[in-house]
Design a protein around this ligand. Structure first.
Ligand SMILES: NC(=O)c1ccc[n+]([C@@H]2O[C@H](COP(=O)([O-])OP(=O)(O)OC[C@H]3O[C@@H](n4cnc5c(N)ncnc54)[C@H](O)[C@@H]3O)[C@@H](O)[C@H]2O)c1
Length: 364
């Protein structure tokens, strides 16, 4: 692996107002290094835009006491002109693509959004990285991009290992993420772009995504509504705390796959894939019990709230998988890191944030 010195360099983070993108920027800001961060986000309304604004405000506040600086650009990475313009303005050393249309279930109702952001958007970034080396320029030293545990689909044995084939996605979302890995491989081979794909596993935490189950459960229970529990509660998920994911991405940014020549005299693609997951899957019913306890502790639910009475056990949803479980040995070997925030702590942080954001605000 080639260590990269990113100090005093320009870093492009797409999806900067997103859940993981904003957590990564907060991690960068807290570092001793000085980064010139350009954050891009379309601020689309797939979910409550106020949460994206909240995250941006947090960055604005934190940057004041940081050695780094940042500029936010509202824009769509599917707009080739915008991406070209950014690359002509800034000599990016590292590009972190976290902008995407996320969500498995939404890909069934709105497939267009996935092709636009995840395929065309990613293609525009690859092309821009390719041309960043034009005229002998140093260009992009590392392209890091989000993939997903969902690419393991229905075929993989658990725990999911990056070395094993994952060729049977069961949703368009997963297919676009797998496509990103394939596209990155081709560009790494053709243009020697060092690229690393990160397969994230069910990321949760404060200021998270309202479309994710733990957030939706909280919204519904707070309104005294029933929650639908898919696959009759027999799902297990490798819930991964957002700050652990940000730490993983941060470390990976600093280590690019090595550029080397193969026995055939041709360049070997500098290409890597890692899992970033907690490596300890939790059953959905246990998860809901733990979440309920934290919501009660924060007063979001009454102490005597009967969660069991609000549970509706229903069949599996199309596109979902019953188990996700990350093998993180590659990440540990190369970056000396594995996510380890206990679920109880992570859910506590989520509940504290949720209370502040939704409950306290309305009481003012
Ligand atoms: N959160 C998870 O559990 C999880 C799991 C696996 C993979 N991922 C992947 O990680 C990445 C970040 O996910 P997240 O949870 O932060 O999602 P998010 O939706 O919170 O963040 C994505 C951000 O990208 C922006 N965006 C979407 N399309 C865009 C476009 N075309 N141009 C510019 N901005 C655009 C959105 O406005 C959003 O703020 C995504 O690629 C997602 O697929 C997330």
């Amino acid at each position: 692996m080639d260590r990269i010195n990113l100090n005093d360099k320009y870093i492009l983070v797409t999806g900067a107002a997103g859940f993981i993108g904003s957590a990564l920027i907060m991690r960068m800001i807290k570092s001793d290094e000085c980064f010139h961060i350009i954050g891009v986000d379309s601020l689309n309304d797939y979910y409550d835009v106020r949460i994206k604004e909240f995250r941006l405000k947090k960055i604005e506040d934190a940057i004041k006491d940081s050695s780094s600086d940042w500029k936010f650009v509202k824009g769509n990475i599917a707009d080739a002109g915008l991406v070209k313009e950014l690359f002509s303005q800034y000599p990016f050393a590292c590009v972190v693509n976290l902008a995407a249309q996320a969500g498995v279930r939404y890909s069934i109702v709105n497939p267009d959004a996935y092709i636009e952001s995840n395929i065309i958007g990613f293609y525009n970034l690859l092309e821009a990285c390719r041309h960043s080396y034009d005229d002998g320029k140093t260009g992009v030293e590392h392209l890091v991009y989000a993939s997903s545990s969902s690419i393991y689909g229905s075929s993989a044995s658990i725990p999911y290992k990056v070395e094993e084939p994952a060729e049977h996605p069961v949703s368009l979302y997963a297919a676009t993420k797998k496509s990103n890995e394939l596209m990155a491989h081709a560009y790494s081979k053709l243009y020697t772009i060092p690229s690393t794909g990160l397969r994230f596993f069910t990321v949760y935490g404060p200021a998270g995504r309202p479309d994710m189950a733990y957030f939706g459960f909280t919204d519904k229970l707070k309104k005294n509504e029933n929650i639908k529990i898919f696959n009759y509660g027999k799902c297990r998920r490798d819930f991964t705390y957002v700050d652990d994911v940000a730490e993983g991405v941060f470390r990976v940014m600093h280590g690019a796959p090595e550029k080397r020549t193969g026995e055939d005299g041709l360049p070997v693609p500098p290409y890597s894939i890692y899992n970033i997951g907690n490596s300890s899957p939790v059953g959905l019913m246990d998860f809901i019990e733990m979440l309920g306890d934290e919501l009660k502790d924060q007063g979001i639910l009454a102490k005597d709230f009967d969660i069991k009475a609000h549970e509706e056990l229903v069949p599996m949803q199309p596109g979902d998988v019953p188990v996700t479980y990350a093998d993180t040995s590659a990440l540990e070997r190369d970056f000396g890191f594995r996510p380890d925030t206990p679920l109880k702590k992570g859910l506590h942080e989520f509940a504290v944030w949720y209370k502040e954001f939704y409950c306290d605000e309305k009481e003012d």
